[in-house]
Design a binder for this molecule. Structure first.
Ligand SMILES: Cc1cc2nc3c(=O)[nH]c(=O)nc-3n(C[C@H](O)[C@H](O)[C@H](O)COP(=O)(O)O)c2cc1C
Length: 328
């Protein structure tokens, strides 16, 4: 049988399959990255970090980039609008020796980013985007990838700018692109339109990964079945449900999709908390678990009450109490 989930290479990085845990600010700390890989994702990507922070790391960033031996394959996502600084950051990342790939964020729609010409704003300045990628390409031998949306807006000019950026990146030797099927001005509203990513996949030499609305295993397989796309970057679908990767693999292999047992969910929540605590300390771990708790609650009995209770946990003891009351 021809499998949809299969090995893929990004430049010199050989991955065991084409399922990636997408970068998500506030979510892809070591905890979710490890859980995603345990459940089958081939690679994970950090939260986005500015080139400035890479070069002059704050205490928080230093903690973020103290990467554990077992947290691999791992991409680091960087953003910035200064070509020299981005190239320096790429060289510095390679020197750090703890990342397997560098992903450049030219997709983020957050207003603070756009105002400074970062993230998705780069789609309106493709020449600058290409200057940045060219400098980074020269500065590092690590696999280099770029993440974009299908346009700044839905206009023909917006689309043409992204086409130009991607064609140029391909020429420069960028190793892969991830295309999120929303426009920047769409934020997270509406549905992702994958047709642009499929079309680009047919035109570009580099592998194209798709992103957008991969909220369950069948949607992952549907997008891979669509053809063209080499792989997928799963984002919200894995938050509070890292099992999405194993479910997609089971489905692809024609095996039954085992539902997640309460014991497994509880075990996963504890593992998640402990990894966050080891990485970031208890204060941050608890606050991040509050955020994830909302998602771990999905589909359980008394989901609404458990969500509210998770939203209020202030200590490890609170977490233990809520897990016992609602999740066991
Ligand atoms: C809370 C949140 C944070 C995100 N942070 C990042 C980020 O730091 N870098 C990035 O490239 N994309 C980021 N994304 C976009 C996701 O990687 C993904 O492309 C997008 O959510 C579409 O996939 P989905 O509809 O399956 O969630 C973020 C998305 C969300 C919801």
């Amino acid at each position: 049988m021809n499998r949809l989930i299969r090995p893929v290479s990004i430049g010199t990085l050989a991955l065991k399959n084409n399922l990636v845990m997408a970068p998500m600010a506030g979510y892809t700390q070591r905890g979710l990255r490890m859980l995603a890989r345990q459940q089958g994702a081939a690679m994970a990507v950090t939260e986005m970090i500015s080139a400035y922070e890479i070069l002059r790391p704050s205490r928080k960033t230093r903690r973020m980039i103290r990467i554990a031996q077992d947290d691999h394959p791992l991409g680091v996502q960087v953003f910035g609008a200064d070509p020299l600084m981005m190239a320096d950051a790429a060289a510095r990342i390679e020197q750090m020796g703890c990342f397997d790939l560098i992903d450049v964020n030219m997709a983020c729609p957050v207003r603070k980013m756009i105002a400074k010409g970062n993230g998705g704003a780069m789609l309106r300045t493709p020449d600058l985007g290409l200057e940045i990628l060219a400098g980074m390409r020269r500065a590092t031998r690590l696999p280099l990838t770029v993440k974009v949306r299908r346009g700044y807006d839905a206009s023909a000019a917006g689309r043409e700018q992204v086409e130009r950026l991607l064609a140029g990146a391909d020429e420069l030797g960028v190793d892969a692109a991830t295309i999120h099927g929303r426009t920047v001005d769409q934020l997270y509203h509406g549905q992702a339109d994958w047709s642009f990513a499929v079309e680009m996949a047919g035109r570009l030499r580099m592998p194209v990964f798709g992103s957008g609305d991969l909220l369950d295993a069948p949607s992952i397989l549907d997008r891979l079945r669509g053809g063209g796309i080499v792989g997928v970057a799963v984002a919200r679908g894995a938050v509070g449900h890292p099992w999405i990767f194993r479910e997609a693999m089971a489905l692809d292999a024609g095996l039954p999709v085992e539902p997640v047992s309460p014991a497994e969910r509880v075990e996963c929540m504890w593992q998640h908390y402990e990894m966050l605590r080891d990485e970031l300390g208890d204060y941050s771990a608890i606050r991040i678990m509050r955020r994830f708790g909302m998602f771990y609650s999905k589909g359980i009995d008394r989901a609404r009450e458990s969500r509210m209770a998770m939203g209020k946990v202030a200590s490890r003891d609170d977490l233990a109490e809520v897990i016992k009351e609602y999740f066991e």
